[in-house]
Design a protein around this ligand. Structure first.
Ligand code: FEO
Length: 176
């Protein structure tokens, strides 16, 4: 049975991951609105990953005999001044999430909840990757500045990210 303190923190993390899903979907809408469909596609792929993250915690709570309690989601932001600002926000958000994973690991260790260490370790690795990716794109956008043709090239590159098969965020999956 999962310790009460960790259960509360994991339920909070389900909310954090669902808010991540929500903010990346919001960024996808922003990029579609700007006709930067490659960046919108990248954000839709990222939103898909965040829903998976939320469900990993959701299922882990159940597997450990806990009760999942869903919470209200905040609409974190809907507009950005530029693509660079949106990706900088993505990087900031991933740093915030990494801090939450660190807190979960601290609680799990204090509560001697060793059965939760493998999943938290998976999230540690995942956060290293997510911070690195969003930081790199953010830095590239800073270099691009006002160069529209370089922006379109990056948009095309980000449009090549692949969806996991059958993702509900992939228009080609539900338009068949
Ligand atoms: Fe699930 Fe991007 O943190």
């Amino acid at each position: 049975m999962i310790a009460e303190r960790l259960l509360k923190a994991m339920n909070d993390q389900v909310k954090n991951e669902l808010e991540s899903y929500y903010i990346y979907l919001s960024m996808a809408a922003y990029f579609h609105d700007m006709s930067l469909d490659g960046m919108a596609h990248w954000m839709r792929c990222q939103a898909h990953e965040e829903m998976n993250h939320a469900m990993k915690f959701f299922d882990h709570i159940l597997d450990r005999g806990g009760k999942v309690i869903l919470q209200d989601l905040a609409q974190l932001k809907i507009e950005w001044a530029s693509p660079a600002e949106a990706f900088q926000d993505a990087y900031n958000h991933e740093q915030f999430i990494s801090g939450k994973i660190d807190e979960l690991i601290t609680i799990a260790r204090e509560e001697k909840e060793y059965a939760s260490e493998p999943i938290l370790s998976w999230f540690l690795d995942e956060q290293v990757e997510e911070e690195a990716t969003s930081s790199k794109i953010s830095a590239e956008l800073e270099m691009i500045g006002e160069d529209k043709s370089a922006l379109l090239m990056l948009d095309r590159e980000l449009g090549t990210r692949t969806f996991p098969a059958g993702s509900s965020l992939d228009p080609s999956a539900y338009n068949e």
